[in-house]
Each structure stands twice: as C-alpha cells, then as structure tokens.
Design a protein around this ligand. Structure first.
Ligand code: IPT
Length: 959
C-alpha cells in the first residue's frame, strides 16, 4: 500500500498485534518517553523512504508525550460538530501535516532473539512505524493503544525507532469529538520484552454475589499461569479455574476495596488490583452489587492548558481528587478511552466509569447524516477494531461499569455490531450509547440535555414514542441515564437541584453526567505577559466554534468554578435538614453502601455575621438509605439575624482528603432580622447652594443626582440597570432559548433615562425617572425616595413596568460608581462565592469579605459573574478614606467590579477587562436565573424575572 492509500484506507491499520489488557508486569520495559528528533511535513510524503534526521534540514527536538501544535509546530484548531475539511470520506485534504519522530533506544544484549513489542498508548491520528529501517505497520485510533511485534528486528545496543504521524486520515471521520484538533505522540511509547511463556493477556472475572456476600474469581490467562490472592488464601490456582470465595468485601465507588491478584508463569508475573463487584440491570434499575446506583457524574475530556491531551500523572490524580472532594462518584470518559492510568486511579479512589469508545461521527449530521460511517459496512472493521481495543485494554478495571459505543455517531449496523460483540465478549457490563434512542442493542436508555419535564416523563415511563414503535417496549423498560446534562459553559449551569430531585425521585433514573469537567482553554500570554486562555478562533482558524470549547466545571487551570461548588452541594451524599422551629436535624444518608460512621458532625452559630458558638453534634450511625432525627443542643440566645449550621466532615483521613474535609452541610436561620428602621428618616431636604442636602448626602439641584454621601464621593449617581453581560447560557447557542438575542433586540443594553421629576418633600427628596430603549414603547418607571438623618440616608426604590413587556429581564438593579480607591468588600448574606437564583445552593449565610478583584470569576469568555445573593448589608472600603455601608430591606444582590456590564459584554478574553478610574456597584432588586441554554433547557419559570412592580429599601451610611 502506498502511503496515501494507507491514509485513505477504511481499514484501521496493518501489522499490529491483537489488543490486550493494560498489564502491570515485571517483564523488562524501556520507556521511550522524552526527547525525540522531529520534523513536520506539510503533506504526507509520497514514498516510504525512512526518515533520517542526519540527512538534512528541518529537524529539531520534540517532547513525547506531547502534541506538536503546542510545541511550536502548526497551531491548534477548534470545531465542535463540523469537520474542518470537506466531507468526502475516506479522503482527506492534501494539506496533511505529518510529523516524523525519530529516536534511538539502547537494547540490552539479553533481549536479542526474544519477543518484544513496541507499544504506543496514543498517536493522533495516523501512525506508521519503522524499526531499524523496517516498516512494521500502521495504525489509527488516536486514543487507543497500538502494539507492534519488534523482537526480530532488535539488536544489542542502539536501535532506531521511527514514527510518522499524520494529522488527517480516513479515521478522522470517526474522530469528530468536540475538542481541539491536535496531533502527535501524545501518550507514552515503550518497548517491552515479551518473555517466552509469558502472560500476554489476562481477563479477570471477579463477581460479587450480594445475596451471599461471596465472590467468584475466574482469571483467563496463558494456560500455564497460576493465580494467587494472598489475602483470600488463594495460591497457585490454575488459570481458567473458577474459585468460589465464601466472603469478600465488594468494590464500589464509595468503598473501592481492591485485592491484589498475582498471575504468574515461570517467566513473567503480572500484578493486578482487582475488585469484586456486580453490575446488573434489574427491571428498570441499574444496580451495582445489588443496590440501585445514582450516578453523580461528569464528562471528562483529557485536558491540560499547556500540554493539551497529553496529561501527566499529577494532573490525572488532581482530577480524581477534585472529583472525590466535590462529591462526584462517576465519570464518562467522553469521548474516548483516557490514559490507562486514569482508569486505574478510578479503581483505586472509587469512581464509577462509563468507558467510551474513541468514536464520534457528528460532522455528518449537518449534512443530514449522509455517508455516515455508522451504517456503511466498509467501516465495520474500523468500528469493531476500536471497540475491541477499548474493551480489551481496561477490561480488568472494576470501576468500569458500562461500555459506551461512542458519541454522536447517528444510527447504523456498525454500532449494533459493536454492541453485539461486547455482549459476547463481556456480558458482565451493560452497553451504553446515546445517539440512537430506538436502539434495541443497548442496555440503558441514554439521553443528553433532556429537559426537566422530559426526565420527569421518562422517570414515569411516559416518554413519547420515538421513531420506531417496534422498539418502543425495549427502550421504555430499561434504566435511564442522562449521559450529558447541565451544560457547564461559562456562568452556570442553573437548575441542577431540580434535576437531582428527579434523579432521586425515580428508580428508573440512575443519574447523569454534567457536561463537562474542564474548560479546554489553551494558556497564552499577551505581549505584556498577562496570562489568558485561548479558545476557538484565537489561532486564526477559518472555521471554528469559538468558546464552545470552554464549558467545564473547572477553569482551564483546574480552579473550581462556582458551578462545581454548586454541584458538590446539590449531589451531597448526606443531607442535613435543620428545622429552626423544633431545633431538630434530620440527617439522611444517600449513600449506596456507606454508613455515616466515617463522618463527624458539628454545629456552629452566628449572630449578625459574628460567630457565637460551636460544638460537636452526636449523630448515631445512619445506614445507607436511612435517616435519623437528632436534637440540636441549646443554642446561644440570639435576638436577630442568627443562623445555625450543621456540617459533616471526614472523621479521619481518607485516601482522597484529610480529616476535617467537609462533605455536606445544612443551615437554618433561628432568629430573623428586623427590617431597616423607616421611621428614623424624616428630615426634609435642604437647599444648599446648587445642591440639596438630605441627611449626610448632597444631590445635584438640577438633576437630582446623588453626588456624595458623608465623606464618600459618588461619581455616577444611582441609576436603574437591567443589563447583564450575557452569559453563554443567556446566548443559548444550541437551542430555542436565546434570551440575550431577545434582550438585544429590544435594546436592554441601551436603555435611555429621562428624568420626569425632582421633588423636595417634607421627608426628603423624590426622583421620578423613566427608562426605555429607543424604538420601544415599553418602559420601567423608577421612583427614588431619599430621606436622611444626621448620619444616614434611606432610599426606597420602586420600579413599575409600563406597557406590555415582551421579554423577561436579565436583572433589575441600581448602579452607581465610587472612586477606584475602593478595594475591599465585606458583607453579611450568602457567600462566599457568587450565586444566582437557580444556582445558590452552595452559598451559605455568613459574614464574608473579599477584595474587589477577588469577587470576579475569570470565565474564559468574560460574561456576567460575581453576583452575591441575599445580602443584608455590605461595606465598601479602601484607600484610607471613609467607606460606604449599605443595608437592605429586604436583602439585595451585590455586584462590585472595576468595569461596567457594557465593558464586560464587549470583552472577548480576560485581559480585555481593564480597571478604570472607578468602582461600579450594582445593588439588585432581583436577578434572573442562569439555566443551561448554551446547550439545554433555559431558565426554569420559577427563576425567570418578568417585568413586574418591585421595591427595595436601602440604608446608606459611612464607615
Ligand atoms: C454534545 C456532544 O456530545 C458533546 O461532545 C459536546 O459537544 C456537547 O454537545 C456540547 O458542548 S452534542 C450537542 C449538539 C447536543
């Protein structure tokens, strides 16, 4: 086959060894990671002349593992669904960047004459391999391991390994995952000795029988292999012999109990960490070890902001620890097998894994799925090859509870063929695939971005008929999983609580996987060295999908976003509900197997934001699925504004977090807050030169604008604000809910103020204003009623809509500005993080403080952020001069930033946000929820903000 024929081939490869398990073995192994010689061709070289770095120009060094676009060769490109080349399978463009990797490896004398394999854990996308000048073969399947037999070519001393990797191939049509197009040897390469009589493959079957507590172990391996499990008293059991064990401790995500299984022949020993567990579908319920399982999951792409999909061991562990400490119990490896060590970490720390094949053909959808490989038998081998390599590699991992055929690949016989093969090869794990709702060949019904109402209907088995009525009964009878939901793009998602309630309400619903774990931002620097994260289009791609690549629960540098903190709270495995009236706490254990014995409970109180007491709370051990009610101890007496918090923390160190780590909490107010004293404010406005004096404040006589308050200069007087810099969810890219489009169409970003009246009154000053966008006949009428005492100022704001408002509002607030010297904010209310009406569970009552800069969340694409909810009072200070105190009645929403919402709207990257000469303060009467319409449902009705009459009373003073 010519090089170009290989590139265009429907076949998945040639010359490779059969797929086998990833095995920790004592057979000698040489890592080929590190520096390789490298050069990049603009197209696939026409001949198979073996690349030789000593021959000339263009060679440099490159790190393996790594992606060449992040090492100075070419540049990354991002498209979501669309192929970045014309759709003419299996042909790809002539312009096909092709990298030659060359290195030597010193092979010990004793290897010579033995079998050996050259193993690539991942090569994106088309790999051709030579050793010592001989062509070994070629492979596709970027995120799948490939092995070549190489023993016959090795010599003692130096050997030359050459890998030629092309960016595009026929296989690119099967690898249209929503991520950066990047290339190279991005996972490890190694040379492994295969001793004669060694153990090429092992398939461990370790079942758990929940009715007896017993285990059954059957290890398939080389005929002469012997199996030992010291802990279970098993020694030298012949491979292939089923052993019944009277009692084992099962593996689960909550208690990831592993046993060391040693598989040995005279020449090789493989040591595996094995878990006994069962996965079964019982009616419409997914069960692990006989218990219904609720997946609190995330979709994880492999990502590092500097190295792309070449992810190092520390980063993998960091992901696992972040997941565990945020109450996540499941991962879908979207949309390809991850690095094998990640799966091992899931075994060890306890995460359920939906292991997904490296397959997505989404780019055919915009063309009506014409030519989709999923139903084209010429691609059948490639499909089966992918699924085989996926399953074989990780088949011994107890964490893997479902095999997934791939993502967004339409319908077709090749999908069915893969499912059929899995059912034969590994009947112990059910099959998942989302793209075909009628598929009779899957074992769970999977959907993405189904609305709350649809999930509710599915929970009740009342979902509408899908396309093929003949297949309806099967789908309707099986468990339901949301393989993607709650699109975590930018600020959001909102509505997690309501999904969780549905998942908990219906046995058929086994939970889901938030889309997605991490923003795939690429770290870049401006010319002045300011760091930011790049997204689609930043590398000059002619076709791209902008910041749709940044839709994770953690920012590119793995800083947890407010959305992750919200998810942690919503999916907490133990709930503590406090009844302030009866002073009782109901502790509910939502674990599947764990009792609450690993937690210790404590209470704390505060009044007016000041801590007043704390102690431990005796909670008897609560079994899974059970709850107890315990009484709080007598709480410190409090007259007003007091809350009690109960917190459940780790009693002892866990492998994933130290003792004291908080798993869950609950809170209740036990003495409420008196309203702002209205009667104290009754002094009339005085005329003082060209201003009015009201209490400690000065207003402009002509315009009624507030100029100063005590010693605090007010640069922009309070004015109505309805705009917020659209969030990705406000934009609603993938769906019918495009609020930001409606807001812009009406002109909420260009409201015009008209002052109707400034009126001196016996109790102060009254302003009447009308705010409306050009061309519209709807308006918001605002009355600002100001009154003062010697040292304080009271403002009552009344907002009244005029006309028939056709849209809900982003926010309703007052905005003013103070000098830039204001640098710190403290407040009593919900915090410490940002919150919005449908994403507020993670915020708790307390007294909080932050710098102005610390209040901002640096979403990769700048957008509305930083709002604090339920604020009772706030103090804005800094610069050594008087600060401002604001109290609300009722509470208000607080946003403080060094730029306006208009500047935030215009910004494309974080460095675009440049502090100005003032600090902008927004005090909201109300804010809209967030929803997840960037890909999914919009804001639920309860969290929408219709134009309706609203009022707020504020008290201002200086501090
Ligand atoms: C869905 C994809 O499965 C996922 O890979 C990602 O692209 C996500 O959307 C959006 O971020 S497909 C979607 C068009 C429903």
């Amino acid at each position: 086959m010519s090089p170009i024929d290989r590139i265009r081939s429907y076949a998945p490869g040639a010359g490779r060894l059969p797929a086998r398990a990833s095995l920790p073995s004592d057979a000698p192994r040489i890592s080929l990671d590190g520096e390789w010689a490298f050069r990049l061709h603009p197209a696939v070289p026409a001949t198979d002349e073996v690349p030789d770095p000593s021959t000339g120009e263009g060679w440099g060094a490159i790190a393996v593992p790594g992606m060449w676009q992040l090492q100075g060769h070419g540049s990354p490109a991002y498209t979501n669904v669309r192929f970045p080349f014309p759709v003419e399978p299996p042909v790809v463009p002539d312009a096909n960047p092709t990298g030659d990797y060359v290195r030597t490896v010193t092979v010990p004398e004793e290897w010579v004459g033995q079998e050996a394999v050259l193993r690539f854990e991942g090569a994106d996308a088309h790999l051709t391999v030579w050793v010592n000048g001989e062509l070994l073969g070629w492979s596709t399947g970027s995120r799948l391991a490939a092995e070549f037999a190489v023993g016959h070519l090795l010599v003692a001393g130096e050997n030359v390994v050459v890998a030629r990797v092309s960016q595009w191939a026929a296989s690119s049509y099967l690898e249209d995952q929503d991520m950066w197009w990047m290339s190279g040897l991005f996972r490890s390469v190694s040379l492994q000795l295969r001793p004669a009589g060694g153990i090429d493959d092992v398939f461990v079957h370790a079942d758990y029988d929940e009715t007896t507590g017993g285990g059954r172990l059957l290890v398939e391996a080389a005929p002469l292999a012997r199996i030992s499990v010291e802990e279970l008293g098993l020694a030298d059991v012949p491979a292939g012999t089923a052993v019944e064990i009277a009692s084992v401790e099962p593996w689960s995500a909550e208690v990831p109990r592993l046993y060391e299984v040693v598989v040995a022949t005279d020449s090789e020993t493989v040591t595996l960490r094995v878990g006994f567990r069962s996965v079964r579908i019982d009616g419409d319920v997914l069960k692990v070890n006989g218990r219904p399982v609720l997946l609190r999951g995330v979709n994880r792409h492999e990502w590092h902001p500097d190295t792309g999909r070449a992810v190092d061991a520390d980063t993998m562990l960091r992901d696992v620890l972040l997941m565990k400490t945020h109450n996540i119990n499941a991962v879908r490896t979207s949309h390809y097998p991850p690095h094998p060590d990640f799966v091992r970490l899931c075994d060890e720390y306890g995460l359920y894994v939906v292991l997904e094949n490296d397959l997505e053909t989404h780019g055919f959808e915009p063309n009506g799925w014409r030519q989709n490989p999923s139903d084209d038998l010429r691609w059948r081998d490639a499909y089966l090859d992918r699924m085989t390599r996926t399953l074989e590699r990780d088949k011994n991992s107890p964490s893997v509870i479902l095999w997934s055929l791939g993502n967004e690949s339409g319908h077709g016989r090749n999908l069915a063929a893969m499912a059929e093969w899995i059912h034969r090869r590994d009947p112990s794990r059910p099959v998942h695939y989302e793209g075909d709702w009628d598929s009779g060949y899957v074992d769970v019904y999977s959907r993405m971005y189904a609305t709350h109402a649809e999930v509710d209907a599915i929970g009740r088995h009342e979902e509408p008929l899908t396309v093929d009525p003949a297949l309806d009964a099967h789908r309707r009878s099986i468990p339901f999983v949301q393989c993607e939901y709650a699109h975590a793009m930018g600020n959001g998602p909102g509505g997690l609580t309501e999904y969780q309630q549905l998942f908990e309400a219906y046995d058929r619903c086994c939970g889901g996987f938030v889309w997605e774990w991490i923003d795939h931002g690429i770290r870049q620097r401006t010319p002045d060295g300011t760091e930011f994260f790049a997204y689609g289009g930043d590398f000059g791609e002619p076709l791209h999908d902008s910041n749709f690549v940044a839709d994770g629960l953690v920012l590119p540098d793995r800083t947890p976003s407010p959305g992750l903190l919200e998810f942690k709270k919503v999916v907490e495995p133990v709930r503590t509900a406090i009844d302030a009236g009866t002073r009782q706490v109901v502790v509910t254990n939502l674990h599947e197997v764990r009792t609450t014995a690993y937690l210790s409970f404590g209470w704390s109180t505060s009044e007016g934001g000041e801590a007043t007491g704390a102690g431990t709370l005796d909670v008897p051990e609560v079994g899974p699925g059970e709850s107890v009610t315990v009484a709080l101890p007598p709480l410190p007496a409090a007259t007003a504004d007091a809350e009690v918090t109960v917190s459940a923390v780790l009693a002892a160190d866990e492998p994933w977090a130290p003792a004291g780590h908080e798993v869950s909490w609950g809170q209740a107010e036990y003495a409420s807050r008196p309203p702002v004293d209205v009667l104290a404010f009754a002094t009339p406005a005085r005329v003082d030169g060209d201003s009015y004096a009201v209490g400690p404040a000065r207003f402009d006589r002509g315009t009624g604008r507030l100029r100063s308050l005590g010693g605090v200069e007010v640069l922009d007087a309070p004015a109505l604000v309805v705009w917020r810099a659209p969030t990705d969810n406000d934009m609603g890219y993938h769906g019918p809910n495009q609020l930001a489009v409606e807001w812009r169409a009406l002109g909420l970003d260009r409201m015009v103020r008209r002052l109707e009246l400034v009126e001196e009154q016996s109790a102060g000053l009254r302003l009447r204003e009308r705010y409306a966008p050009a061309a519209a006949d709807v308006a918001l009428l605002v009355t600002q009623s100001w009154s003062g005492t010697g040292d304080a100022l009271r403002l009552r704001v009344d907002v009244e809509p005029e006309g028939g408002w056709p849209v809900v509002l982003p926010r309703l607030g007052l905005r003013f500005s103070l000098p830039a010297a204001v640098s710190d904010v403290s407040w009593s209310g919900l915090g410490p993080g940002e919150s919005y009406p449908d994403s507020v569970r993670a915020a708790r009552l307390g007294r909080w403080s932050s710098s102005v800069d610390g209040l901002q969340t640096p979403y990769v694409m700048p957008q509305e952020n930083g709002h604090r909810s339920g604020v009772r009072w706030a103090e804005l200070t800094g610069g050594g001069t008087a600060g401002l105190r604001v109290e609300g009645s009722p509470e208000f929403g607080l946003t403080v930033r060094r730029w306006t919402s208009e500047q935030l709207t215009a910004a494309r990257h974080t460095p675009d946000l440049v502090p100005g000469d003032r600090v902008w303060v927004e005090l909201d009467l109300a804010q809209s929820g967030l929803g997840s319409a960037s890909c999914g449902p919009g804001v639920l009705p309860a969290y929408q903000l219709p134009a309706q009459p609203r009022s707020l009373t504020l008290r201002f003073s200086t501090v």
